[in-house]
Design a protein around this ligand. Structure first.
Ligand SMILES: [Zn+2]
Length: 166
């Protein structure tokens, strides 16, 4: 199962790319059988019209894992985010959150929407929060703004973009 690496916002103003390393982390926690929900934070670099997601933290032993709920303990994830920020001299930053769902095509729960809104609202830099759900066959990718408005991203096809330009 190969997830799509490139995504675009519906207003075409934002491109997002998941690195191979990030996709590998997602794939290693796909919820099949009775595997619990997993999750972590997403780190990367922010550019004019794009976001490169370069790292996804793996669940730590402090996290609570249940089949339908992932509750992330901040300790390990926050330390990794701080370290990445330091070694990249401030270019690799916290981008958002990911977790798995036991659904083929994942869709956010009411609790997810509430939690993303809360996290987006308390970001100090005022940027939107990248919200990712890893399903069995598909990803759900959205940006959540501080006012809780959601902009769902769609898979970006490079061939379509080249055709557009001709
Ligand atoms: Zn969820």
């Amino acid at each position: 199962m190969q997830y799509v690496s490139d995504w675009i916002a519906s207003d075409d103003l934002l491109l997002l790319n998941f690195s191979d390393e990030v996709l590998k982390v997602f794939q290693s926690y796909v919820q099949t059988g009775s595997r619990p929900e997993s999750g972590g934070i997403l780190l990367g670099t922010v550019h004019d019209r794009g976001i490169l997601v370069t790292k996804a933290t793996r669940p730590s032993r402090f996290d609570l894992k249940f089949p339908y709920l992932f509750d992330r303990a901040p300790f390990g994830h926050r330390a990794i985010a701080r370290r990445q920020w330091q070694i990249s001299k401030g270019t690799v930053r916290y981008i958002g959150e990911w977790h798995t769902h036991p659904q083929d095509k994942p869709y956010p729960s009411g609790l997810d929407l509430h939690e993303w809104g809360r996290l987006a609202a308390c970001r100090q830099d005022g940027r939107s929060l990248l919200s990712v759900i890893v399903g069995r066959n598909d990803l759900y990718v959205a940006m959540t703004a501080a006012d809780r408005h959601q902009n769902q991203l769609k898979p970006y096809s490079v061939s379509a973009a080249i055709a557009d330009r001709c």
